[in-house]
Design a protein around this ligand. Structure first.
Ligand SMILES: Nc1ncnc2c1ncn2[C@@H]1O[C@H](COP(=O)(O)OP(=O)(O)OP(=O)(O)O)[C@@H](O)[C@H]1O
Length: 279
């Protein structure tokens, strides 16, 4: 099954670009594991650094000893950043004439952005949650010199699945990796395997859709850049396939979508099951 709720035209015409949250209770290893992947060339967005770099407004909560960020401002800034990365990536694909079926072979060209933070699952549709047994987590947080109160708050949160429950409210697809018995390298290995599997899944759906529309991915890229791709043909094909197609100015389009995307297609799970297109 595809994970994206909404496809705009760029989503359809270019290979899928996945934004994946790497989330979890503090101390479960998000920072270390994502740095390992970053050193290998994967695209990572560290939210803590991002908040500082882009001056996203936040307030200090002295009682809980943490900063509370303005989530609306953060969400908007991350969305813009993701769009920019995606545009740059699509240009690269086009200008360097990259073969779409080879993209997954190197981390540098893999169309995936991993968003690392305990807030990441509020920003992405697809989440990977790092989990750690509370006893091990307690040891890790002790080594960091956290206060007893802060350790207790975090191990309690991990025991009762706070982050995981939040993911169920905000994400469509959720995966967990238990890091308790693993070192950082092994956890990073698991994460890489998962990311590649998720991307392959999206790419297979995309390829099947392209095949159904009887166009090759390369010809779509060329036609889109030269501005002559017949968008109405794509929309007709999708409508024939049972999809609900919204056009610019359509009353049914929600505020968010009107703002962000000129033309949208609603993907309704179950109603239009593209998984049957994949062998
Ligand atoms: N799989 C692991 N096995 C053993 N130790 C680990 C593992 N992952 C992380 N650690 C250690 O646990 C500590 C916390 O890791 P890290 O800072 O990456 O957590 P985090 O989830 O990013 O926390 P925060 O949300 O507070 O930034 C580090 O000292 C790290 O070396």
């Amino acid at each position: 099954m595809g994970s994206l709720k909404w496809y705009n035209m760029t989503d359809i015409l270019f290979p899928p670009f996945l934004t994946i949250a790497l989330t979890g209770t503090p101390g479960t290893g998000k920072t270390e594991v994502s740095k390992q992947l970053e050193s290998e060339g994967y695209r990572i967005l560290h939210i803590t650094e991002f908040i500082r770099r882009y001056n996203i407004p936040s307030e200090r909560d002295d009682e809980r000893d943490c900063d509370v960020v303005d989530m609306d401002a953060l969400e908007e800034a991350v969305f813009e950043y993701q769009q920019q990365i995606r545009r740059e990536f699509n240009q690269k694909v086009f200008l360097e004439n990259l073969k779409l079926e080879d993209l997954h072979k190197s981390p540098e060209f893999l169309p995936v952005l991993l968003v690392e933070s305990h807030l990441a699952h509020y920003l992405c549709d697809l989440s990977v949650v790092l989990r750690t047994h509370p006893n091990t987590l307690k040891e890790r947080l002790n080594e960091r010199g956290y206060s007893d109160k802060k350790i207790m708050e975090n191990i309690l949160a991990e025991s009762i699945d706070v982050v995981l429950c939040d993911c169920f409210d905000y994400c469509r697809r959720i995966y967990e990796i238990n890091t308790t018995e693993m070192d950082i390298e092994k956890t990073a290995g698991c994460l890489k395997e998962l990311i590649h599997a998720l991307y392959d899944d999206e790419f297979n759906i995309y390829s099947a859709l392209m095949e159904k529309m009887n166009v090759t991915a390369e010809s779509i890229a060329v036609r889109t850049f030269s501005g002559c791709f017949p968008i109405s043909d794509v929309l007709d094909t999708l409508e024939d396939d049972g999809a609900v197609v919204y056009e610019d100015g359509d009353d049914d389009v929600g505020d968010y979508m009107e703002e962000k995307n000129p033309i949208l297609m609603k993907y309704v799970p179950g109603q239009n099951d593209w998984s049957e297109l994949v062998d």
